[in-house]
Structures are given as structure tokens and as C-alpha cells.
Design a protein around this ligand. Structure first.
Ligand code: KG4
Ligand code: ZN
Length: 346
């Protein structure tokens, strides 16, 4: 095939994501057009236990994955014969959960002789920004805020990343989930804090904004979480009323203030004109609002995915897999789940 023909051909990726508690499959055309995006959420199952139970997650993935993939193909109006490559999350995440997606992807790849591309979950989150922002191209800065990660990333090129800031303890989403549990909102905490905060006063309680002495881009949320727990205990001991909406709004403001401040600092220092946000916490309405205002004030273009593309999904894996595929990246059948996979490593 000539080079020209290669460039003209549409590339269809079947993407699979099973790193945590969503079984997801998608068909993505040329990295940016989502033909289908099927997500089978396990929230109802894990709610019973107040958080994700890894063993149950793996079992549920096994039950659902074939059906979810078939639905993704059907909704896209394609069959495996039309698929150019399979993209699959192989880390980081829960090992048993990842293994289900990886084994499935390898089986289809082997049986149908379709190229396989292993994808880093965080690369997927970042790539979610390409789907609705057709003009977005590297380089840009990206704040990744999920249940497991809080990273300030310089996206140098497709698939080329430099982490310039990271959390020293809890991830932002983890802090949302723990505080939500403490004020009795249940799992998953982030969306519930987002919602109840709309009725609360973000200035009601002065929670700390942690600074890391030797790194202006690193984050720390465990002190803030402890401050919230101490505040709640103090109220209970003194018999004072706890206004959950005020606690939630004040906590949320403390998190978003730090995220916005560090992201804007990085953008200024590195001279970026584009900032993207990614990961489950990027769907937080207060974060989106204050980041938008800060970007506007600093003349920075602000990019963010729709909420459904912020939380775990397979379309983002399809977008990331496309750029890896175009660079010639191929995984073989030795691909394994890597629970602590580092961004930018293979
Ligand atoms: O990216 P994600 O779906 O999974 C991981 O890769 O971890 O992120 C899940 C995290 C959870 O901690 C959840 O509470 C948080 O994202 N989250 C939110 C919101 N929606 C989800 N946090 C704050 N506000 C939200 N609206
Ligand atoms: Zn995620």
C-alpha cells in the first residue's frame, strides 16, 4: 500500500477499559470521532460496601465484557472485520480488573489477527480532550485529577509526557471520596460533594491549602482530609450542628483553589497558552468554573472533556490508542496487566 493510501484510510479502533469499576468498550474513528461508547457501571454493586471491592470488580468485568464489546460494535454499526486495531488499558489500576480487559483484547487480537495496542489509563484520560476539541494538539499542559492520580503533566507530543507535579499522598478524587464518607454522603463521593456544595457556603470553614516546601507543583491532600475529620469530631464533641453543605463546599473550595493555583503557576512558568483538565474530578463543576475564570484572566485557552468523557470510559482509550498506533506502537501477546504502570513507560 502506498503512503498516500495509508494516510487516507480511516482507522477504526476498538477500545477496552476495565481498570477499576467500569466495564467499557468503544469504537473510535481516527482518534477523535466516537462511533460508540458503552459503559457498564458497577456503582450499585460497590455502594453496598462503601467503595470498590477489587475481587467483585474483576468478577463483574468477566460477566459483562463480551456483552459490552458486542454493544459497542453494534452501536457503531461495524464488525470485527472493520477494526484496524484493539486498544486496551493495561495499567495502572486494579490488577484483577485490568487482567480481564487485557485477556479479552489479546484473545480477540489473536483470534482475528488484529493489531493490539496497550494503553496507559492516564494517557487515555488526557486524550479524552482530543475527542471534542478537534483543534487541540500538543504541546499543552494538562491537570490530571482522578481517583488514583493527581498529576500536572506537560504533554510534549502525542504519547510524550513529562510529569512536573504530583500528589505526595492522597489523590484529589480519593480526598473527595473520603470526605464524602465522613459527612455521610456515601460512595462515590465526588459527584455527591459537587451536588451538595451548590447549597453550601464555600467560605464557611477555613480549611488549609497545603503548600509543599520544595516543589511548587506538587500537591498534598491528606492534611486537608484530616482537617475536615477534626472539624467534624470537634463539632460532635461540642454538640454543634454540622452543616454538611457548608463542610462540602468549604472542602471543595480548598481542593479547587490549590488545583487552579498550581496549574496556573505551571502554565505561566512553562509559557503554555493551552491548559486541559482530565480525570473524574475534572467533571467537578466548581473546578471547571474556577479554572475557566483563571484561564480567561491569564489569556490561556482552556480545554475540558464532557463529564461522561472525564470519568472512566473506553472512548478515551480509543483516542490514545489511535495516536500510539499511528506512531507504530504494537503490543504482542505477552502484554500483561501492570497495576503501577508509570506514565510514558512501556
Ligand atoms: O477518572 P476516574 O473515573 O477513575 C480513576 O481513574 O480513578 O475518577 C474517579 C474519581 C472518584 O474519586 C470520584 O469521586 C471523582 O473522580 N469524581 C468527582 C466528580 N465526579 C467523579 N470528584 C469531584 N466532583 C465530581 N463531579
Ligand atoms: Zn480513571
Amino acid at each position: 500500500m502506498t503512503q498516500k493510501k495509508n494516510e487516507e484510510k480511516d482507522i477504526l479502533i476498538l477500545a477496552i477499559e476495565s481498570s477499576c469499576d467500569e466495564t467499557a468498550a468503544a469504537v473510535v474513528k481516527n482518534g477523535r470521532e466516537v462511533l460508540s461508547n458503552i459503559i457498564s457501571s458497577q456503582i450499585a454493586l460497590h455502594t453496598l460496601y462503601g467503595g470498590v471491592v477489587p475481587e467483585l470488580a474483576s468478577r463483574k468485568h468477566i460477566e459483562k465484557i463480551n456483552q459490552v464489546i458486542q454493544e459497542a460494535l453494534d452501536q457503531a454499526g461495524v464488525t470485527l472485520d472493520d477494526i484496524d486495531a484493539i486498544g486496551v488499558t493495561y495499567g495502572p489500576g486494579l490488577v484483577g480488573a485490568l487482567l480481564v480487559g487485557v485477556a479479552e483484547a489479546k484473545a480477540i487480537s489473536y483470534a482475528r489477527n488484529i493489531p493490539l495496542v496497550g494503553v496507559h489509563h492516564i494517557e487515555g484520560h488526557i486524550s479524552a480532550n482530543y475527542i471534542e476539541n478537534k483543534e487541540l494538539k500538543p504541546p499543552f499542559a494538562c491537570l490530571v485529577v482522578s481517583g488514583g492520580h493527581t498529576h500536572l503533566v506537560v504533554v510534549k507530543d502525542y504519547g510524550e509526557y513529562e510529569i512536573v507535579g504530583r500528589t505526595r499522598d492522597d489523590a484529589a478524587g480519593e480526598a473527595f471520596d473520603k470526605v464524602a464518607r465522613a459527612i455521610g454522603l456515601g460512595y462515590p463521593g465526588g459527584p455527591k460533594i459537587d451536588k451538595i456544595s451548590k447549597e453550601g457556603n464555600p467560605e464557611a470553614i477555613a480549611f488549609p491549602r497545603a503548600k509543599i516546601a520544595d516543589s511548587q507543583y506538587d500537591f498534598s491532600f491528606s492534611g486537608l482530609k484530616s482537617a475536615v475529620l477534626n472539624y467534624l469530631n470537634g463539632c460532635r464533641m461540642k454538640g454543634e450542628e454540622i452543616v454538611a453543605a457548608d463542610v462540602a463546599a468549604s472542602f471543595q473550595k480548598a481542593v479547587t483553589d490549590v488545583l487552579v493555583e498550581h496549574a496556573m503557576h505551571a502554565v505561566r512558568e512553562f509559557g503554555f497558552t493551552k491548559l486541559a483538565i482530565a480525570g473524574g474530578v475534572a467533571s467537578n463543576s466548581a473546578l471547571r468554573e474556577s479554572m475557566r475564570a483563571a484561564c480567561q484572566a491569564n489569556g490561556v485557552e482552556f480545554y475540558y472533556p464532557s463529564p461522561i468523557l472525564c470519568t472512566d470510559n473506553a472512548a478515551m482509550i480509543g483516542a490514545a490508542a489511535y495516536y500510539e498506533y499511528q506512531k507504530g506502537v504494537r503490543s504482542d501477546l505477552s502484554l500483561n496487566a501492570v497495576p503501577n504502570l508509570k506514565l510514558g513507560e512501556r
